[in-house]
Design a protein around this ligand. Structure first.
Ligand code: XMP
Length: 518
């Protein structure tokens, strides 16, 4: 069993970041809601707890509190921001509101040599209104901020630590060092959460789950479904049948890329269904975005059902669900988000189908999924692919979907993304590079405009280029691209793609726009 750190979530926007930082130290970490059943958390045998920040105030009615089992476990605990306040209250200290609020960067000075904080003045990220007024018995101050507030405290004999600032965010200069000290030195965790270990553990788990039963998987070429499928293949080999549905709405070279990844690189059997005609027929005359999405999603399920029947309706289905999809969260005051788009992907297969799910990536973040994919032998081009929506080019082809318009879009998209890849802006990030694009593509607009080409009047459609940078795809900024690159892409598209005489660049962030155009 690998060593684990449990992160108790009090509702901070940074909770997942804490988990990622711990994983970057190659130590397994798991987020649980602060009010999860004690027995469930204790059974994880954590080597230490981290208490996240959160939006509440410890004296609010029904405010989250530190459950008793955490302090009873006799393992190290690190409270961050609200976690510091919850720890203070649980141990009989005092937290007060109001007074000086600290938000943003602050300088701290370490006042007491200790095992957690590097001993020098440093910049940290603060975000709090409440503060610790009286520390619990046995605690000493570790550091104070330039505003004169308590920035950290500890009772090192009991291995209890608390920080008023956020070591997990990049703005905290030495935050990674602090987490390293806590996780590896104070908790004594072994750095055993490595790709090799993760794969071995997953393989064992899959074998235990499916026994000698058959399993079915649908791949889209997306990173998650591909890595999940490759893992299951490694675990149960011939018991797995894998289907790849070619919707006719994929990007240039994508069908061949997926076939090559699975057949050549992994030596797997892959059944490709060419369903493009069925998709184009089903989509004929449809222009409304939600209607397109629904049709594509329903047809995908039908095709999948047909294929499952052909291979004898296996009882197990592989899904590429990843950790951020399943993280238990402590429910903030915000309501459920409004439906902006009906998402469809191979992870969204039929809820009423009688499958037991095999979800080998449930514990992993996206970057871990990619490392595992590489370790399993999937080609880098697939593993480092940018996200691509389940409905494919259909949601980038505004207006009616026809084979001709999709071909036009596909060609323009290949020119744009090809130039970006050649410029090193898309694909596997080079270490230390920050200008990497998160997503970039072309959209075809059903807008005709007048142009002139070789003295001839033209009246043709428009290509919109979209390139964004984002951390989480919930918000995104449009990317500032080199002018020469834009010029080259524009001239190549107009010259090479028949039916397009104008290229525009989308300079809208999300919100108010979304990343995709439909
Ligand atoms: P939006 O357009 O909502 O997109 O800003 C956010 C991210 O989600 C991707 N996207 C999808 N992914 N199925 C998917 O698997 C879908 O139906 C879908 N629609 C949008 C989009 O490409 C972006 O990365």
């Amino acid at each position: 069993m690998v060593d684990a750190i449990v992160i108790l979530d009090f509702g901070s926007q940074y909770t997942q970041l804490i988990a990622r930082r711990v994983r970057e130290l190659q130590v397994f970490s798991e987020i649980v809601a602060w009010d999860s059943p004690a027995a469930k958390v204790v059974a994880m045998h954590p080597r230490g707890y981290i208490l996240s920040g959160g939006p509440a105030s410890v004296y609010d009615e029904n405010a989250p509190y530190l459950p008793e089992y955490v302090l009873q476990a006799d393992v190290p605990v690190l409270g961050i921001c609200y976690g510091m306040h919850a720890m203070t209250k649980a141990l009989g200290g005092q937290v007060v509101g109001g007074g000086v609020r600290e938000y943003g960067l602050a300088e701290i000075t370490v006042s007491q040599p200790n095992a957690l904080l590097p001993d020098r003045p440093q910049t940290v990220w603060m975000s709090h209104g409440d503060k610790v007024e009286r520390m619990p018995a046995g605690f000493v101050p570790l550091a104070k901020s330039d505003n004169g507030l308590l920035a950290g405290m500890a009772d090192e004999s009991r291995r209890l630590y608390a920080l008023q600032f956020h070591p997990e965010v990049n703005h905290t200069q030495l935050g990674r060092d602090m987490l390293h000290h806590f996780v590896l030195d104070i908790c004594g965790c072994r750095p055993d959460w490595t790709p090799g270990n993760i794969i071995d553990t997953a393989v064992e788990k899959i074998r235990a789950q499916v026994g000698d039963h058959p399993v079915i998987s649908a791949v889209s070429g997306g990173v998650d479904s591909s890595v999940a499928t490759a893992l299951v293949q490694k675990a149960v080999g011939q018991q797995l049948s894998t289907v790849f549905i070619d919707t006719g709405l994929l990007r240039a070279g994508e069908v061949e890329q997926v076939q090559q990844a699975f057949q050549q690189a992994l030596g797997m059997k892959l059944t490709t269904l060419d369903a493009s005609e069925r998709y184009f027929t089903a989509l004929r005359g449809v222009t409304e975005p939600e209607k397109k999405r629904k049709i594509i999603g329903v047809l995908f399920i039908r095709l999948f059902e047909e294929q499952a029947a052909r291979v004898g309706n296996p009882p197990f289905l592989v899904q590429g669900t990843i950790y951020p999809d399943v993280v238990e969260s402590s429910g903030t005051k915000f309501g459920k988000a409004e439906r902006i788009k009906s998402h469809h992907n191979v992870g969204g297969l039929p809820s009423d189908m009688k499958f037991a799910l095999v979800e080998p990536l449930r514990d992993l973040f996206k970057d871990e999924v990619r490392l595992i994919g590489e370790a399993l032998g999937l080609p880098a081009a697939l593993v480092w692919r940018q996200p691509f929506p389940g409905p494919g080019l259909a949601v980038r082809c505004l207006g009616e979907i026809t084979p001709e318009r999709i071909a036009r879009l596909r060609q323009a998209d290949a020119i744009f993304t090809g130039e970006l890849t050649a410029a090193g802006l898309l694909g596997r990030p080079v270490h230390g590079q920050t200008t990497q694009l998160s997503q970039a593509f072309a959209a075809l607009l059903p807008v005709q405009s007048v142009g002139v080409m070789g003295d001839q009047r033209t009246y043709q459609e428009t290509i919109a280029l979209r390139a964004v940078t984002t951390e989480d795809f919930m918000t995104a900024n449009w990317a500032v691209l080199p002018t020469e690159l834009l010029a080259r892409v524009s001239s190549r598209i107009v010259n090479e793609v028949a039916g397009v005489n104008r290229v525009v660049y989308d300079i809208t962030s999300k919100p108010p726009a979304t990343i995709e155009w439909e």
